[in-house]
Design a protein around this ligand. Structure first.
Ligand SMILES: Nc1ncnc2c1ncn2[C@@H]1O[C@H](COP(=O)(O)OP(=O)(O)OP(=O)(O)O)[C@@H](O)[C@H]1O
Ligand SMILES: [Mg+2]
Length: 483
């Protein structure tokens, strides 16, 4: 069964039960009230008769009493008779005039057909007679049923109107719940077909759960769109990264084949070999990056952490790039304090991080530019902080949030790079490696004003025996004496 009829049935069923329960309880209460009211009226009629009888006893005016009884019986059709009997048992007034002056009848009336109510008439503490009214049970029941039937009709019509209104309301509610779900289902279908721009109307502005669902849908579609774009970019980058070195290798091999090694000048042949090697290295690096990302993501990378002199490693990495940096007209420097703590890190992995960061700095800095690696101690945090700063093109604040994710590249920066564009894996690998060490990685940069990539590493615990002896504190006069 579809959601709409299910919801409509459920809500209307619940409403029906609630309305019926309320109506029946209210009806029962009202019926009791009507019964009490009828009994009250009967007692009131007797009390009035007792009162008038008392008055007529005082004034000795039986005529007044007789007239009152006649009126009483006329006004209350369910009253079979009314009478006043004095203390001697003689009837002083009766609705049946023929019985006035006679002795009170001793016959016991049939309680099933007649309801008899009587009350003593008193002067002070002395009883002077009895007032009595007889009601026909049949007529009393008829009167009660008449009143109940009237009330039932009123109730029925109110309940019916309430039911119709609540049914309409519940259909409207069910419709308002299922319509956006239907729309969301359609939109999900479109997402499934690869359409990322969704038409959700005003649904995402609703303040309820459906609104939140629509918003989640919207952000999911945006994210899927981004992933799709990244996938396309990745495929084209991968294709380019594979194709360009492969075709370069192929063309140099063709050149060697066509001319023959003996037909080429030695420097020409050497140049061909060099280019083939460079392109092979480029291919190998790309494949190894892909493997690294996959291994890091699957948690397959094991660290071999030892105390590491990060300053020396920074010098080593800069010297690796020395030739390329000179070629590009860039200067470089490693800023390392004379006494530095060692980091507890895996040398190969940190070398990989520094190579990635320096190669990025070199790629995105044009001559005349400068690249610096600085290392500083953060003793309070028991960490070391390494910064790779360049004077290159810089990175926009929005892009800074994304570049540490896989395959994320700044499109405007990509256009400025000559030669290999990369695939956007370098920083993702750096982040994984640094986080694996328990450190943090980040960037501070401004578009057009260079960038500083920084990361932290835990400082190596120095065993007390190996720690350099603390310098004894010297007082000024001691210094003066020694000099
Ligand atoms: N020093 C920098 N200056 C300016 N932009 C940078 C710098 N370093 C990284 N970026 C930006 O961050 C993006 C991601 O860098 P990342 O190292 O992950 O990828 P890549 O260098 O493009 O490719 P790969 O490293 O896989 O060869 C780069 O494409 C570039 O836009
Ligand atoms: Mg890179």
């Amino acid at each position: 069964m579809k959601l709409f009829p299910k919801l409509a049935l459920l809500v209307s069923g619940l409403l029906l039960a609630a309305i019926l329960y309320v109506s029946i309880s209210y009806y029962r209460g009202e019926a009791r009230e009507i019964q009490d009211q009828t009994q009250q009226e009967e007692r009131q009629a007797l009390q009035n008769l007792t009162h008038i009888a008392g008055e007529s006893f005082i004034t000795d005016d039986d005529l007044l009493l007789v007239q009152y009884i006649r009126l009483l019986v006329q006004q209350n059709p369910e009253m079979a008779s009314a009478s006043v009997v004095d203390i001697k048992g003689q009837i002083r007034a009766h609705s049946d005039i023929r019985r006035i002056g006679k002795k009170e009848d001793d016959a016991v009336p049939n309680a099933a057909s007649v309801l008899i109510l009587s009350e003593s008439i008193k002067f002070g503490r002395h009883m002077v007679g009895t007032a009595c009214v007889e009601f026909s049970q049949k007529k009393l029941n008829e009167k009660l049923q008449l009143r109940l039937a009237k009330m039932r009709r009123r109730f029925l019509s109110v309940t019916l109107i309430g039911l119709l209104m609540s049914l309409a309301a519940c259909f409207a509610i069910a419709l308002s719940w299922t319509r956006p779900i239907k729309r969301l289902a359609k939109v999900a279908e479109q997402v499934g077909q690869g359409k990322w721009s969704l038409d959700l109307g005003t649904m995402d502005r609703r303040g309820d759960e459906v609104g939140f669902l629509a918003q989640s849908f919207q952000s999911m579609a945006v994210r899927l769109g981004e992933l799709d774009r990244m996938k396309e970019d990745f495929v084209s980058s991968v294709t380019h990264e594979l194709q360009s070195p492969l075709s370069a290798i192929e063309s140099f091999l063709n050149l060697i084949d066509s001319k023959g090694e003996s037909g080429m000048r030695p420097d020409e042949l050497k140049d061909c070999h060099k280019r083939i090697r460079v392109n092979t290295q480029r291919l190998a690096r790309f494949v190894s990056d892909l493997l690294d990302v996959s291994a890091l993501e699957r948690g397959k990378v094991q660290l071999n952490c030892k105390p590491l002199d990060v300053g020396a490693l920074a010098q080593e990495v800069l010297s690796l790039f020395e030739f390329k940096l000179q070629e590009k007209g860039l200067s470089s420097h490693a800023e390392v304090p004379a006494s530095m703590s060692k980091a507890q890190a895996d040398i190969d992995k940190i070398r990989q991080v520094l190579i990635n960061l320096v190669s990025n700095a070199m790629k995105y800095t044009t001559a005349p530019g400068h690249i610096e690696i600085s290392v500083e101690d953060l003793p309070a945090k028991k960490k070391l902080r390494v910064c790779v700063t360049d004077t290159g093109i810089g990175i926009d604040a929005m892009d800074q949030l994304k570049i540490f994710s896989k395959f994320e590249q700044v499109q405007s920066a990509k256009l400025k790079v000559k030669g290999a564009k990369g695939t956007g894996l370098g920083l993702a690998i750096c982040r994984e490696l640094i986080e694996l060490h328990g450190g943090e990685i980040g960037v501070t940069s401004r578009w057009g004003h260079g960038s500083t990539f920084y990361f932290t590493l835990p400082a190596a615990e120095v065993p007390p025996a190996l720690a350099p002896p603390r310098q004894k504190e010297r007082f000024p006069w001691e210094t003066q004496l020694s000099t």
